[in-house]
Design a protein around this ligand. Structure first.
Ligand code: HEC
Length: 117
């Protein structure tokens, strides 16, 4: 018990476990509903309205986080940013914590992505 506690404290001090900043699925859901993301990405974010619009439900949260951050950065950093007018305008108002919450929520949704084993 003591060992587990010490381990947790050590890990959190180097940033591997950050309980205080744990992403909130509920907050992410509220942001996705407010942002009306389903108007393009479809019901459950799993039925895009056009073939060029990506399916999101069930995607890994770290991928989603990275993608949303990249749209926010845009061409400001050509090595890291994604330049897309539609998504760039969607994400500007979100804080880093918002993006983490959104990524956690979308990742929790049932989707059709397949992982080959
Ligand atoms: C007006 C239509 C529209 C709306 C509204 C919209 N998106 Fe998108 N989204 C797109 C399009 C188009 C792309 C593909 C852009 C590209 O080619 O980079 C995309 C891409 C994405 C990606 C990258 C997916 C991947 O596999 O790389 C994520 C994540 C995403 N959207 C999340 C959201 C979230 C969260 C919201 C709501 C806050 C939202 N989108 C609202 C049209 C939209």
């Amino acid at each position: 018990m003591k060992f587990a506690l010490i381990t947790a404290v050590l890990l959190s001090s180097i940033g591997l476990v950050n309980v205080a900043n744990a992403a909130s699925v509920d907050k992410g859901q509220a942001l996705v509903e407010k942002g009306n993301c389903a108007s393009c990405h479809g019901a459950g974010l799993n039925a895009p309205i056009l073939p060029a619009y990506p399916r999101l439900a069930g995607q890994y949260s770290d991928y989603l986080y990275y993608a949303l951050k990249a749209y926010k950065v845009g061409n400001g950093n050509p090595q890291y940013g994604r330049n897309n007018a539609i998504m760039g305008s969607q994400v500007q108002a979100f804080s880093d914590a918002d993006i983490q919450d959104i990524a956690a929520y979308i990742s929790s949704l049932p989707g059709n992505f397949v992982i080959k084993k």
